[in-house]
Design a protein around this ligand. Structure first.
Ligand SMILES: Cc1cc2nc3c(=O)[nH]c(=O)nc-3n(C[C@H](O)[C@H](O)[C@H](O)COP(=O)(O)OP(=O)(O)OC[C@H]3O[C@@H](n4cnc5c(N)ncnc54)[C@H](O)[C@@H]3O)c2cc1C
Length: 386
């Protein structure tokens, strides 16, 4: 992103609404760039995708209908290793990135063929995501434990996984060390601008006012109602994902897959469902059973593993599943950021969006693809792939 010389002392106070992976990563990057960051976040019971996700750091299969998103994701993967190193050195917290490559696994020939066509289609758009299509016997060279239900799959050497909870912890510790202020238990209900006490004022439901020179709305599902205060259209809706976790097992799965992954600590995470349940982030026995069946069909040895936890979390998704990164034209210095793949994109959110929302870099031309107004086009139809 190209640097600007717009940054003055007066513009340094940055308020971020939302302290999940997006708000924390962007705040971390902004604080590193010299902004005085205040993050306003809700309490422990808030809906928070960042505490319930699957932890993949992943590109292959993403961006079938939006080439700029593929490039953006590739850039994010490139930045991740150095970013994790920096967070580790600064905070002592290991975000757990491992990127040995990742597998997508299919249960029928038709499914695998469809996958191959989709992956070829992505690269026909001019992007270069390396991938291979493999049959079951090829797969067994990498994943010796796969079951007979798996007929084939795809592999991308760039993919990997991380520990999302440790990533969130590292970001918050990093924020703290950089002098940023994180205020919990605040629900912002209104954004005012050109107010006498600051350029933007975030007003909480108890009447508390937080002023700053710039503001970022990174409130996950909360952006749906807040973004209009900046005159930005952000139709973000919830899709529930249920996820399971087993007891710790001896290492047997050396690559993450789209259906399960083994963490560094040994537990296996199985996930995730995609359900339209409004703001219900609970779990259900039918979906737990479905995930277990699918996990055991994928890796039969899991039949003997004990499940220790199940949870549900809500993905904040736009209608096409791609991000909204937008500065308000009516209220410059006010930004809306909403994105799925907050783990995958954490390094870009910090290193590229942090300086951008601080006014230090110009809006990259490809961000025109990420404007919320695309959803107002009545001639277009959208599917977020879930
Ligand atoms: C089941 C599941 C699996 C996933 N798997 C992956 C994966 O494998 N890889 C990957 O990269 N991504 C994955 N994701 C997506 C990833 O979790 C999200 O992209 C990311 O967590 C979004 O972060 P966020 O900060 O935007 O939202 P959230 O984590 O939801 O945080 C929003 C924050 O805003 C706060 N907030 C909301 N409204 C207000 C308000 N009015 N005032 C103040 N604060 C407010 C909330 O309290 C919350 O802390 C998955 C998500 C789910 C649910």
């Amino acid at each position: 992103m190209q640097r600007t010389d717009m940054y003055t002392h007066r513009e340094k106070r940055l308020t971020i609404v939302g302290g999940g992976l997006l708000g924390a990563a962007i705040g971390y990057g902004a604080a590193k760039a010299g902004a005085e960051v205040t993050i306003l976040d809700q309490g422990d019971n808030a809906l928070r995708a960042s505490r319930g996700n699957f932890g993949l750091v992943w590109v292959h299969g993403k961006g079938t209908t939006m080439p700029p998103y593929v490039d953006w994701t590739l850039q994010g993967l490139r930045l991740w290793p150095e970013f994790q190193e920096e967070l580790l050195n600064r905070t002592g917290v290991d975000s757990g990135l491992e990127n040995p490559g990742g597998f997508w696994l299919g249960f029928s020939e038709a499914e695998v063929e469809k996958r191959a066509t989709a992956l070829e289609g992505i690269n026909k758009n001019g992007t270069k995501v390396p991938f291979e299509i493999l049959d079951r016997s090829d797969l067994r060279n990498y994943l010796p434990g796969i079951g007979d239900a798996v007929v084939g799959g795809s592999f991308c050497p760039l993919d990997g996984h991380a520990n999302p909870l440790m990533l969130l912890r590292a970001l918050h510790m990093g924020l703290n060390q950089l002098g940023a202020r994180v205020v919990n238990g605040v629900t912002v209900t209104d954004i005012q601008h050109d107010a006498p006490d600051g350029r933007f004022v975030a007003v909480a439901d108890d009447g508390t006012r937080w002023s700053g020179d710039r503001i970022v709305l990174a409130a996950g599902l909360g952006n749906a109602s807040l973004a209009s205060h900046l005159d930005i259209h952000a139709p973000v809706l919830p899709t529930r994902g249920q996820v399971l976790i087993t007891e710790r097992l001896q290492p047997f799965l050396h690559y993450p897959t789209n259906k399960c992954r083994q963490t560094k600590e040994g537990s296996v995470q199985l996930g995730s469902t995609a359900e339209d349940t409004g703001v219900d982030d609970g779990t259900t026995s039918d979906k737990i059973e479905w995930l277990v069946r699918r996990g055991v069909e994928t890796f039969p040895a899991l039949a003997d593993a004990k499940l220790v936890r199940a949870w549900g979390a809500l993905r904040p998704l736009t209608p096409d599943g791609y991000p909204i990164y937008q500065e308000s034209e009516r209220f410059p210095g006010g930004y809306v950021v909403s994105s799925h793949s907050g783990v995958t994109l954490a390094a870009s959110h910090a290193e590229l969006l942090g300086p951008w929302v601080s006014g230090l870099t110009q809006t990259p031309p490809e961000f025109t693809s990420f404007r919320g107004e695309r959803f107002l086009d009545t001639d277009s139809s959208f599917s977020n792939g879930y």
